[in-house]
Design a protein around this ligand. Structure first.
Ligand SMILES: [Fe+2]
Ligand SMILES: [Fe+2]
Length: 165
């Protein structure tokens, strides 16, 4: 094993949080799906897939590093979100929190002179910048449109083409 047991434990915890984020985004996607907002739904189903990919990237990293994968219990998502703004605000807060968690993993890697993990985490640093900035932008659009005009948000996502990837 080329990383410490402490680092492996911290990464396992992050795997749980990435899977948790995936579940939260599925919950948000279905909220939009139920309301007849297919592009917002699709946007969040895709976010859910991406979070699962993040979890799997960490899983693969632990396997490559010769560490044991021990996925923790994952908290269920919040299923009581009432408005689009609430959904997107929660998502943005989540992404900001995850960014701090990634930074904390880097702090640990630096403390342990674990250059391998520092290197592996760089991908996540860039990914978090992208996720925070795109969620922040979506929140602005949702706020500007207002709850009664969410079709404008659908148009925005259609124009962006970002949901067609
Ligand atoms: Fe993630
Ligand atoms: Fe994310």
């Amino acid at each position: 094993m080329i990383i410490s047991a402490k680092m492996a434990k911290a990464i396992n915890e992050q795997i749980g949080r990435e899977f948790g984020a995936s579940l939260q985004y599925v919950a948000i996607a279905t909220h939009f799906d139920n309301q007849g907002l297919p592009r917002l739904a699709k946007h969040f189903y895709r976010q859910a897939d991406e979070e699962r990919e993040h979890a799997m990237r960490f899983v693969k990293y632990l396997v490559d590093a010769g560490a044991k994968v021990a996925i923790p219990s994952v908290d269920g998502p919040t299923n009581t979100l009432a408005t689009a703004e609430e959904c997107v605000r929660l998502s943005l807060e989540w992404e900001e929190t995850v960014t701090k968690q990634i930074h904390a993993l880097i702090d640990l890697a630096i403390k342990e002179s674990d250059y391998t993990t520092q290197q592996a985490l760089q991908w996540f640093v860039e990914e978090q910048l992208e996720e925070v900035s795109s969620m922040d932008r979506l929140l602005s659009v949702v706020r500007r449109a207002g709850e009664g005009q969410l079709l404008l948000v659908e148009d925005f996502l259609a124009r962006e083409g970002g949901d067609e990837k």
